[in-house]
Design a protein around this ligand. Structure first.
Ligand code: DGT
Ligand code: CA
Length: 572
C-alpha cells in the first residue's frame, strides 16, 4: 500500500487534535504536530523508508513512539489509537474543530464546562448566552463562532494552498501536453494564491477533436467522477481534492480565464463599471452594443476598460479597480527579490539541520545572509536555549562566519515574549545579537487588552526588532489570539519595529489583509521562512504569494535589501 507523507502528517495532526480534546499531555501533542510538520516537508517518502527498514529515530524529533506510529500507518493504513479516539469522542466535537474560533482547547472547555456534545448543544448554548460565562469567550469570539455555525463553515473543507498548489501544477502540466490543447491555466482561488482553497479550477482552450476531457476523467489519480460533459467535468482525486475542468474554444480563452479566476467580488465590481461605459463582459467575451470586441486574451478585459492589468493576487475588490483606473497599482514583490531569510532554526533548538547545513542551503538559494533564530529557554518544549547556550551558539556563528565568503549569518534568537511583556533573555545577551525576533508562544487566551499590552511592552524594549507571527493563527487549527492589530501596527511605525510575514504553510501570519494594513501605515515587513529544516527554506515562495496579495512591493519587505542597508534599518 502506498501512503504519502501528507497522509501520515494528516493522521498525526488529527491524533494531536483528538488528544488535545482529551486534555492529554501537551508535550506529546506538540511532538505529534512537530513530527507532522517535519514529515510533510521531508525530502524522502516515509513509506519507502519503512519498507526499506530504515531507522526513523535517526531523524531529529522522531523518537520511538513516533517511529512506531509512522510504521503503523504505513503497514496498516491507520493508527489504531486514532480509531479508538474517534469512537470515544463524540463526532460533533471533531466537526466543531472546523468552526472558525474553535480549536481543540476551546471545544474541550465547552464540553467540560457546559457539557456540549453536539452542534445542536452548541447552538442552544449560544442562543441562551451561556457561552459568555465561560472564561476566555469574549463577544467578538462568540460572534465568530455564531457566524461560523450559521454559515455551516464546518461543512466545506478548505485546503491549504501549500498542499494543493503542487498537485494542481503537476496536473496542469500533464494536461497541457494532451493533443490539440491550445492553452491551459489554473484559475480560481489558486491562481489568486488565497491561503486556503476549496477546489482546483482549470480552464483550457482546445481545438476541435481534442481528447482532453476523456483524458481528464480517466486520469490515473481519479477516485470518482462527479460530473462529466463535453465542456465541463468535475472529478475527485484520490487525495480528496476536487478538480473542475472547463473547456472553451481558443477564441474565448481570455474571457473565460478572467471569469473563472474571480474573485466573484472583483468580477461583479468590474462588470458594473463596464456596464456604465456600455461594455458587457462575461465568460464568453467582451461586447460593445452586442458586437464582440475582445476576449481571446485575458488582458483584453483590462485594456478595453483602459485600466492597468490587474495581477490575479489583487483581484479581491479591495480597491484594485480604482488603482488600476489611475494606473497606480503597486509593483508587486517578485519571487527573486529576497536576499536573505530572517527566521531560521537549527539543531541548537528544534530545527533538524545544523547551523552549517542551514547556512550552506541558504547560500545555494543565492541568499546573502540569514538570521539564525533559535528558541529561548521559556519554550522548553522546543529545546529553547538559556543564556549560556545562546552565547555558545553565538560563538559558533562567529567561527562559521570567519570561514564564509560573501555570506553572513546574523546573530539572533526567537525570544519568547513572556506573559508580562518582558523578553526571555537578559539585556546582557540581547545586546550581543544583531537583531531580536520576538514571539508569543503561550497564554494565547489573554483578553484583547492584556494581549495587546503584553506585545506592545515587548516592542518597546529597545533591542526588539521583528515581531514574529504577529497574530498566532494556525490555518485550520487555531484562530488568531485576540489582539488589537491596529494598535500594534501603529506602535510598530512609531518604534521602528518590523512585522513578520511568517511563510510557514500553517501560519502565513501576517495574513494578506494585515500586510496591506502594515504597508498603508508605513510599517515594513520581514518575509521569513521559519525553517526548521533545509527543505523548509522554500516556504519563502508561499510567503511571497501572500505578500503579493497584501499589495507589498519590494521596498516594503526588509529582506530584499542588501545586508548593509538592512543593518541600518535595525538601529533604533
Ligand atoms: P474557492 O474555490 O472557494 O477557494 O474560491 P474560488 O474563487 O476559486 O471560487 P469558485 O471555485 O467557486 O469559483 C471560481 C471563480 O469562478 C470565482 O472566483 C468567480 C467565478 N464564479 C463562479 N461562480 C460565479 C458566479 O456565480 N458569479 C460570478 N460572477 N462569478 C462566479
Ligand atoms: Ca475554486
Amino acid at each position: 500500500m502506498q501512503v504519502s507523507n501528507r497522509d501520515i502528517a494528516e493522521q498525526l495532526i488529527k491524533l494531536a487534535d483528538l488528544l488535545e480534546l482529551e486534555d492529554e499531555n501537551p508535550f506529546r501533542i506538540r511532538a505529534y504536530r512537530n513530527a507532522a510538520r517535519i514529515i510533510r516537508s521531508y525530502p524522502k517518502n516515509f513509506d519507502e523508508m519503512v519498507e526499506a527498514g530504515e531507522d526513523l529515530t535517526q531523524i531529529r524529533n522522531i523518537g520511538d513512539t513516533l517511529s512506531k506510529k509512522i510504521t503503523e500507518i504505513v503497514q496498516t493504513g491507520k493508527i489504531s489509537l486514532l480509531g479508538r479516539l474517534e469512537k470515544e469522542i463524540p463526532h460533533d466535537l471533531e466537526v466543531m474543530l472546523k468552526i472558525p474560533g474553535l480549536g481543540p482547547n476551546r471545544v474541550r472547555r465547552l464540553h467540560e464546562i457546559l457539557h456540549i456534545n453536539t452542534l445542536h448543544d452548541l447552538e442552544t448554548a449560544l442562543k441562551k448566552g451561556e457561552i459568555e460565562r465561560v472564561k476566555g469567550f469574549g463577544p467578538k469570539l462568540i460572534q465568530t463562532i455564531t457566524d461560523g455555525l450559521r454559515q455551516k463553515r464546518y461543512e466545506t473543507h478548505r485546503y491549504r494552498l501549500y498542499d494543493v498548489l503542487p498537485v494542481a501544477q503537476a496536473l496542469a502540466e500533464e494536461l497541457r501536453r494532451v493533443e490539440r490543447v491550445d492553452r491551459l491555466e489554473i484559475a480560481g482561488s489558486i491562481r489568486r494564491r488565497r491561503d486556503t482553497v476549496k477546489d482546483i479550477d482549470i480552464i483550457a482552450a482546445c481545438f476541435s477533436g481534442s481528447p482532453l476531457m476523456d483524458r481528464f476523467i480517466s486520469h490515473q489519480d481519479v477516485k470518482r467522477v462527479v460530473m462529466e460533459g463535453p465542456t465541463r467535468s468535475s472529478i475527485i482525486l484520490k487525495n480528496g481534492f476536487q478538480v473542475d475542468l472547463r473547456v472553451v474554444p481558443p477564441n474565448d480563452f481570455g474571457a473565460a480565464l478572467q471569469h473563472f479566476t474571480g474573485s466573484r467580488a472583483h468580477n461583479i465590481a468590474l462588470r458594473k463599471m463596464a456596464v456604465k461605459r456600455g461594455i458587457k463582459i462575461n465568460e464568453y467575451g467582451i461586447f460593445h452594443l452586442d458586437k464582440r470586441i475582445g476576449g481571446e486574451k485575458e488582458s483584453d478585459v483590462y485594456e478595453i476598460l483602459k485600466m492597468q492589468y490587474i495581477e490575479p493576487e489583487l483581484r479581491e475588490n479591495h480597491g484594485e479597480i480604482a488603482f488600476a483606473l489611475r494606473h497606480s497599482l503597486p509593483r508587486l514583490i517578485e519571487y527573486g527579490d529576497i536576499r536573505g531569510d530572517l527566521h531560521i532554526h537549527t539543531t541548537c533548538s528544534d530545527g533538524n539541520a545544523t547551523l552549517k547545513e542551514m547556512a550552506e542551503a541558504a547560500m545555494m538559494l543565492g541568499y546573502e545572509y540569514i538570521a539564525v533564530t533559535d528558541h529561548t529557554k521559556h519554550l522548553t518544549i522546543a529545546h529553547g536555549q538559556d543564556e549560556e547556550r545562546v552565547l555558545q551558539e553565538l560563538e559558533m556563528i562567529d567561527r562559521l562566519n570567519a570561514t564564509l565568503k560573501d555570506f553572513t549569518i546574523l546573530k539572533s534568537a526567537e525570544v519568547d515574549i513572556l506573559a508580562d511583556g518582558t523578553l526571555d533573555l537578559p539585556r546582557s545577551v540581547l545586546e550581543k545579537l544583531d537583531l531580536v525576533v520576538g514571539a508569543v508562544h503561550y497564554k494565547f487566551n489573554l483578553s484583547k487588552k492584556e494581549q495587546t499590552k503584553r506585545i506592545l511592552k515587548a516592542m518597546e524594549n529597545p533591542y526588539f526588532n521583528i515581531l514574529s507571527h504577529p497574530t498566532g493563527r494556525l490555518i485550520g487549527l487555531r484562530e488568531p489570539y485576540e489582539v488589537d492589530m491596529d494598535a500594534i501596527i501603529k506602535s510598530a511605525k512609531e518604534l521602528g519595529c518590523i512585522l513578520e510575514l511568517n511563510a510557514q504553510p500553517d501560519r502565513l501570519d501576517l495574513d494578506d489583509t494585515y500586510c496591506k494594513a502594515a504597508k498603508d501605515a508605513g510599517v515594513r515587513v520581514a518575509l521569513s521562512s521559519d525553517a526548521h529544516s533545509v527543505n523548509d527554506l522554500h516556504y519563502i515562495s508561499n510567503g511571497i504569494s501572500q505578500a503579493r496579495r497584501g499589495w507589498l512591493e519590494k521596498e516594503d519587505v526588509v529582506n530584499t535589501l542588501p545586508l548593509n542597508q538592512f543593518r541600518k534599518l535595525l538601529r533604533r
